[in-house]
Ligand binder design. Structure first.
Ligand code: COA
Length: 172
């Protein structure tokens, strides 16, 4: 069944809320998306929905973050959260959303993306452990689960430091 991946519109907000709540089986991530939408970290073109026959079955969000060390800071993106409706999981739609998101982020001029997640999933898209570049998470996390990808070759070559997420992430 073909899907369309497109940026969200205002009409989608409630459905995106329900989709996240259902996929995560709690409302923390659904609320997080609503709060991020109001924040300066939000990029409307990088809140993407996957639509099948006019039904939204998936959502992915990329937001602006900083990677900071004692003297410098670098702009990057965080991939979080993402959700695919239970009935449509394990059919490759999550992968499609990630790849489309990475392509659009590259077109918009972003240089890298950070993700916290299941290593074996994200490795397929080219993510590598962020520690390779000396990029650290601001919380305790298995090092292999905290990953980064360069959207532009060598974009992270001289980047290191700790990721600073938008304060809205304190909700989850
Ligand atoms: C994670 C999620 C978005 C994946 O969507 P999907 O459409 O099923 O993804 P795909 O069909 O493209 O890929 C399925 C893959 O999910 C992977 N996967 C991703 N996260 C996983 C996790 N936490 N546990 C187990 N498998 C996971 C598996 O590796 C599987 O890979 P395989 O095809 O090699 O078996 C979906 O399962 C979901 O909405 N889960 C609930 C919300 C969530 O945990 N979101 C991620 C954190 S932000």
């Amino acid at each position: 069944m073909p899907i369309t991946i497109r940026p969200e519109t205002q009409q989608d907000h409630k459905i995106i809320y329900q989709l996240n709540k259902h996929a995560f089986e709690r409302d923390n991530e659904a609320k997080l998306v609503n709060h991020l939408r109001e924040s300066s970290a939000f990029i409307p073109d990088l809140s993407l929905v996957a639509e099948m026959e006019n039904q939204i079955i998936g959502h992915i969000l990329f937001v602006k973050i900083l990677i900071k060390n004692s003297t410098q800071h670098f702009e990057s993106l965080a991939l979080a959260p993402m959700a695919v409706h239970h009935d449509f999981q394990k059919q490759g739609f999550g992968a499609r959303l990630i790849q489309e998101g990475l392509n659009r982020a590259t077109e918009l001029g972003f240089k890298s993306v950070i993700v916290l997640g299941y290593e074996q999933f994200y490795i397929k898209f080219g993510f590598e452990p962020a520690q390779k570049w000396g990029i650290k998470a601001p919380f305790d996390v298995p090092s292999e689960a905290f990953m980064a990808i360069e959207l532009v070759p060598n974009a992270l070559e001289n980047v290191n430091g700790m990721v600073q997420y938008p304060k809205e992430f304190e909700l989850v």
